[in-house]
Design a protein. Structure first.
Length: 140
């Protein structure tokens, strides 16, 4: 009898444990203003290859900076993002100055011409957010 109770208890505990599900993410869409920036001291800081999150930027990789109001909307550090008009997936690796709102900054290494060509434009972005696992747990 004790063994049956133990097995039942363990089974119920496993059902209630909070584990990530294979599809515990969803993609959200948002319209933002997009600009571009480079790893140059006059555009960023005296150490232009280090982000506000402490990451090292490497030219050629796909990164973005986000305005701080977007952090609370799910665009946090290392969030995957796709950007209308650009190929591939980008990672959130930097935060912008507090004065900016609803804005992303696309990292373009040291290619100032590419950044100027991009300019400033309104784009649609898609970003991946984790679904809270509490909402995926079965209710007993």
């Amino acid at each position: 009898m004790k063994l049956k109770f133990f097995i039942l208890s363990v089974s119920l505990a496993l059902l209630n444990c909070k584990q990530d599900k294979p599809n515990a993410y969803e993609w959200k869409t948002m319209n933002v203003t997009a600009t571009a920036y480079n790893s140059l001291a006059y555009q960023t800081s005296s150490d232009p290859h280090i982000t506000a999150f402490g990451d090292s930027l490497k030219p050629g990789l796909r990164y973005i900076a986000v305005s701080r109001d977007l952090l609370g909307k799910g665009l946090s550090h290392n969030t995957l993002v796709t950007i209308e008009g650009l190929e591939g997936t980008y990672l959130v690796k930097d935060k912008m100055n507090r004065r900016w709102r609803n804005r992303i900054d696309v990292y373009m290494g040291t290619d100032v011409k590419a950044a100027k060509k991009w300019g400033r434009r309104k784009v649609s972005i898609r970003y991946r957010v984790k679904i809270k696992t509490d909402s995926l747990q079965p209710k007993l």
